[in-house]
Design a binder for this molecule. Structure first.
Ligand SMILES: CC(C)(COP(=O)(O)OP(=O)(O)OC[C@H]1O[C@@H](n2cnc3c(N)ncnc32)[C@H](O)[C@@H]1OP(=O)(O)O)[C@@H](O)C(=O)NCCC(=O)NCCS
Length: 157
């Protein structure tokens, strides 16, 4: 059996569940702490959930959401709209756990491609996506409100 090297760092009390409205406040707090002025509003998260409940997952520890992943999908292709883990819980496999679960559900729904945009200077996230088989396929200039560019990444599922 393959040994997951971050398994020891991963808290066994972390579980991944479908998003529920009770998680909204935690999700919005995490989003704001990570993305400042580019943070999505509570209504965006509500509508993401209404449009695609299967594509919105949260990681929970002791009843509190410590991370989330929100995706949309259309005609066999999915878009990772937002994902984040609270700073104190990073590098413990939480992001990996959520992404793997989301991809498993996508494959079940016959989704064959997952796309995303990430800030060009967000090296930790770019490394995270690379470690999960995403490739950079382009750049979107002035994508963010401060004029920052986005790297376009995708992965075949
Ligand atoms: C990107 C993010 C979700 C990753 O979550 P995470 O739970 O820390 O990721 P994991 O612990 O599952 O990391 C898996 C692998 O990704 C890579 N990785 C993740 N964070 C990294 C970092 N800061 N530096 C280098 N590599 C990193 C590593 O290969 C890591 O494996 P390792 O720890 O065994 O070396 C998290 O850093 C985050 O919330 N960032 C702020 C929000 C954000 O930028 N979201 C993405 C916007 S598109």
């Amino acid at each position: 059996m393959r040994h997951d090297h971050w398994a020891e760092r991963m808290n066994p009390r972390v579980v991944v569940r479908g998003f529920e409205p009770e998680h909204l406040e935690d999700v919005v707090d995490i989003e704001r702490s990570c993305f400042n002025t580019d943070a999505y509003s509570p209504s965006v998260f509500k509508s993401l959930w209404q449009r695609n409940p299967e594509g919105f997952l949260v990681a929970k520890k002791e009843g509190v959401a410590i991370g989330y992943i929100a995706t949309t999908s259309l005609r066999g292709e999915a878009h990772l709209v937002s994902m984040a883990v609270v700073e104190t819980e990073r590098r413990r496999g939480v992001g990996t756990l959520m992404l793997k679960r989301a991809i498993r559900l996508m494959k079940r729904s016959r989704i064959h491609l997952l796309r995303l945009e990430v800030r060009e200077d967000n090296q930790p996230a770019i490394l995270f996506y690379h470690s999960h088989g995403f490739c950079a396929v382009g750049t979107k200039h002035s994508y963010y409100s401060d004029g920052g560019s986005a790297l376009l990444m995708e992965r075949k599922l």
